[in-house]
Design a protein around this ligand. Structure first.
Ligand SMILES: [Fe+2]
Length: 498
């Protein structure tokens, strides 16, 4: 691709289509009232902290192992309502970044809203001014750029003493790792300002960071390669027909792997006022496309086909050369359709539980030599898959993930560690009064390592941070810190050793 053409595409991809949102009649929105009157015992998980949460010491039972001395950064949607108006989707809310500082029997928490331009302007105005992922508040202005609606609420990437707060529709936001101050938008290169930088970058064992971004309106997939020192090595855009919602991806030693569910962006829906989410259409006839891109030469791409299905998250991928051909194995969390993003993740905002199609840990094999792809579902309900960070792109055995869906509660009740080759799994259930959040794997030299993560104990209205021996998950936590309050249910985190 000519550099001039690339720059033109990048420039156009940075801006969202300017649209006139449908104005809802004032007074017809009663989600706030429905949330407040809901009798759901778990609804505190979707409450809005009125302000930043100052440093607070937790009550600790046991002692956190030396390998988990450090900081667990977490982030999630937290600013769900403003001016009496409540968002209609869990993923809409203003991001709050959390720091859980761990040292032996001492655990301290601090939480701060990311001071995005959107949040700053809206808090000042006392009402919503812009659209969100799944909500078009009445009377909002068309976005002036992707970053004018950036809520920085999805994941974190620690880098060079900073923490990048990630969203998938626009730039990363720089956060001071020590103070949690918002430092501004991350621009990798001047001509890439405002380009989507997704929330699930992958870090190779040598420190190279790979990421992508989806420009839905333009049908472009942006690719990024960033050196371990934090400087951009390469960026380009790749055209994709029938651009789907792509939330996560995988890397192997030689390839980037995109599983593309048939949830496809339709610009015409956006033009008549749909939210970004509602501009997507389920088109199962497209199947699940697997796009494999050569890491060294992004012009070398291959498309394979899997049965239609939906995913948010990928665990890991790795490749091997066999007599049957070059195989990529990729495990991901698959559901038969995308109804969870349209229903259950929406209805929780008004305190309603709606059950949707269960996601299962699934292992796909892409044969690059024959172009054929197959997959096997394991018997594990799953979300928030994480692996040993030292095995990214390499052969791995274990995936740590949330599991145990309950009919009457949103989210998951247990944390599990599953061997993706044998399907064997062990789990720890947090009980009937808890909702599990993402747990991460923390390496400990050549030892089995640790599993570290948070859960909402809605019965006690408190959030707990637990650490488990990775090879004895079922034995329960070796240490647990209990905060004196509940945090809003969040999305992803990253551990930084001391
Ligand atoms: Fe995610």
């Amino acid at each position: 691709m000519e550099r001039r053409e690339l720059l033109r595409l990048l420039a156009s991809a940075g801006a969202l289509p300017l649209l006139a949102p449908l104005a809802r009649a004032a007074g017809t929105d009663d989600w706030q009232a429905q949330y407040e009157t809901s009798g759901a015992v778990w609804k505190i998980g979707f409450a809005t902290p009125p302000d930043d949460m100052p440093p607070t010491r937790a009550t600790v039972r046991g002692r956190f192992p030396d390998a988990v001395a450090g900081t667990l950064f977490r982030i999630g949607p937290a600013g769900h309502d403003l001016g009496g108006e409540r968002y209609h989707h869990w993923f809409d809310g203003d991001g709050m970044v959390h720091r859980l500082a761990i040292e032996g029997s001492d655990v301290r928490h601090e939480g701060r809203y990311v001071a995005t331009p959107k949040r700053v302007a809206e808090v000042k105005a006392g009402r919503r001014l812009f659209e969100a992922f799944g909500t078009m508040p009445p009377g909002v202005e068309p976005p002036t750029s992707a970053d004018s609606i950036n809520v920085a609420n999805t994941s974190v990437l620690p880098m060079q003493g900073e923490v990048l707060a990630l969203w998938e529709g626009g730039s990363a936001t720089r956060i001071d790792a020590r103070t949690l101050d918002t430092l501004g938008l991350k621009t990798w290169r001047a001509d890439l300002a405002g380009m989507p930088f997704s929330a699930h970058p992958k870090v190779d064992p040598d420190g190279t960071v790979w990421n992508f971004g989806v420009s839905s309106g333009q049908g472009l997939l942006a690719l990024y390669e960033i050196g371990s020192e934090g400087t951009l090595r390469r960026a380009a855009v790749v055209p994709v027909a029938d651009m789907p919602m792509v939330h996560d991806f995988a890397v192997t030693e030689r390839h980037l792997v995109f599983l593309m569910p048939p949830l496809v962006y339709d610009g015409k829906r956006k033009e008549v006022g749909a939210s970004f989410l509602d501009a997507h259409v389920w088109r199962p006839e497209l199947g699940m496309r697997a796009l494999v891109v050569d890491k060294q030469n992004w012009e070398r791409r291959q498309l394979l086909a899997l049965p239609a299905g939906f995913l948010f998250h990928v665990g890991n991928a790795w490749e091997e050369v066999t007599p049957r051909g070059t195989l990529i194995h990729v495990d991901y969390v698959r559901s038969d359709n995308a109804d969870s993003v349209f229903t259950s993740n929406r209805e929780v905002m008004r305190g309603r539980r709606v059950k949707s199609t269960e996601p299962y840990l699934t292992v796909a094999t892409l044969n690059l030599s024959t172009g054929r792809a197959t997959q096997t579902a394991l018997a594990q309900e799953a979300e928030f898959p994480r692996i040993d960070p030292r095995r990214v792109g390499l052969r791995h055995r274990h995936v740590v993930h949330a599991t145990q869906i309950r009919r009457e509660l949103p989210g998951f009740g247990a944390i599990a560690r599953t061997d993706v080759e044998t399907g064997r799994s062990q789990r720890f259930s947090y009980g009937a009064q808890a909702i599990v959040e993402e747990h991460v794997f923390v390496p400990d030299g050549s030892k089995p390592g640790w599993v570290l993560g948070t859960a909402l104990d809605f019965g006690r209205k408190k959030t707990v941070l637990s650490c488990f021996a990775a090879d004895h998950l079922g034995a329960g936590p070796v240490a647990q810190a209990t905060l004196p309050y509940a945090l809003p249910l969040g999305l992803h985190g990253a551990f930084v050793p001391a």
